[in-house]
Design a protein around this ligand. Structure first.
Ligand code: MN
Length: 204
């Protein structure tokens, strides 16, 4: 299977002032595109991988041929994570569905408490990685963070679950506008969250 770069679902400047246009263009057109290109190169190098979906590849990192394991972990993860992340952002103000709000209050105490815990995970991720809100197998929501391009769907993840919300905290996601001020980027992120999409992920 050959993977393709999905278009951004909005104009790159539409998230300003929270996330700047230049960051969005470079992030999507250069970084995400490179993950797709490198993933395709890795998959093409082993015929046993030809029919596998992206989720199938990243959920079974341990079972991949050793020659492509790291490349697919990094680039398959990079492709999945960014495709998910673009959909989590939105220039238009949205609201949590009543179901999502009730679920967050039930599992975290309040929406503010969830945001605080998530922000803490995003701030304290050392180096490059991601923060997540996930649904566990038992249905409970929990927050985690992963290094590099790992994600909670991967068998290599410390905490496994199904993501409903994500934030990229690689420097490439914020450095042009925020430089070393990752907490400011995380604070701004809440202004452009697509709660319709997060609510939809919860329902799946
Ligand atoms: Mn990124």
């Amino acid at each position: 299977m050959s993977f393709t770069l999905p278009p951004l679902p909005y104009a790159p400047e539409s998230l300003e002032p929270h996330i700047d246009a230049a960051t969005m263009v470079i992030h999507h057109d250069k970084h995400h595109n490179a993950y797709v290109t490198n993933l395709n190169t890795a998959v093409a190098s082993d015929a046993t991988l030809a029919s596998k979906s992206l989720e199938d590849l990243i959920k079974h990192i341990h079972h991949l041929p050793e020659s492509v394991r790291t490349a697919i972990r990094n680039n398959g993860g990079g492709h999945w994570n960014h495709s998910f992340f673009w959909e989590i952002l939105n220039p238009v103000e949205t609201k949590l569905s009543p179901e999502l709000e009730a679920k967050i209050i039930s599992d975290f105490g309040s929406v503010e408490a969830m945001k605080e815990q998530f922000s803490k995970a995003a701030i304290s991720r050392f180096g490059s990685g991601w923060a997540w809100v996930n649904k566990a197998d038992d249905g409970k929501l929990f927050i985690s963070s992963t290094p590099n391009q790992d994600n909670p769907l991967m068998d290599v993840a410390d905490q496994k679950g199904t993501p409903i919300l994500a934030l990229d905290v690689w420097e490439h996601a914020y450095y042009l506008k925020y430089q070393n001020r990752r907490p400011d980027y995380i604070g701004a992120f809440w202004n452009v969250v697509n709660w319709n999409k997060v609510s939809q992920h919860l329902g799946k």
